[in-house]
Design a protein around this ligand. Structure first.
Ligand code: AMP
Length: 190
């Protein structure tokens, strides 16, 4: 079973590449950010709580995000494999993901990391704000999200490098170039 984590800062192109990889390898795409945005749009009580957190660029508390992940996995029991996009974002989340997968005799196959410089990311996210109107794509919130990424998410690189599962792709290339590199990594390591 192919289980991929797609990794990188906000705006690195994880969503775009996840969609392409999902299609090519017949996986289920689990984007915690997409699930959260859908919940916010539904105006549920949970959505209202999430909105306040996401609009500040903060991370959703641990217990809540794990519930979101477990429910997404439970809905896709017969999946061929998963691509995790936006999860895990902390060491605790990574540890939990391993435990949850292990219960079903599954594990992470590899981590695909899209490398993009901060200034490129900021420019891309500001452009996305104009097109999609995402409330967490303002300059201050973007800077906060990048800071949280560096403080909380960056340490995952060492974790997955130690496990021999970490592979980098140049994320400033074109969509097709990135997809080709990503596919090559998947094909030669799985
Ligand atoms: P994303 O679309 O992945 O950038 O996620 C948008 C927002 O959803 C993030 O800035 C967080 O507020 C929240 N979020 C998504 N995934 C997670 C996660 N794994 N842990 C905590 N918060 C998350």
């Amino acid at each position: 079973m192919l289980n991929i984590i797609i990794f990188g800062p906000p705006g690195c192109g994880k969503g775009t590449q996840s969609a392409k990889i999902t299609e090519k390898y017949n996986l289920v795409h689990i984007s915690t950010g997409d699930i959260i945005r859908k919940e916010i749009k539904s105006h549920s009580e949970f959505g209202i709580l999430l909105k306040a957190i996401v609009e500040k660029g903060e991370l959703v508390p641990y217990e809540l995000i794990i519930k979101i992940l477990e429910s997404a996995l439970a809905k896709n029991k017969n999946a061929n494999g998963f691509i995790f996009d936006g999860f895990p974002r902390t060491i605790d989340q990574a540890t939990d993901l391993d435990k949850i997968l292990k219960k079903d005799n599954k594990s992470i196959s590899l981590v695909l990391s899209l490398k993009v410089e901060d200034d490129v990311v900021i420019e891309r996210l500001l452009k996305r704000a104009q097109i999609e109107g995402r409330k967490d794509d303002t300059e201050d919130v973007i800077k906060n999200r990048l800071k949280i990424y560096k403080d909380e998410t960056y340490p995952l690189i060492a974790l997955y490098k130690d496990q021999g599962k970490y592979f980098e792709v140049e994320g400033s290339n074109t969509i097709d170039e990135i997809f080709k590199s990503a596919s090559d990594i998947i094909d030669s390591n799985y």
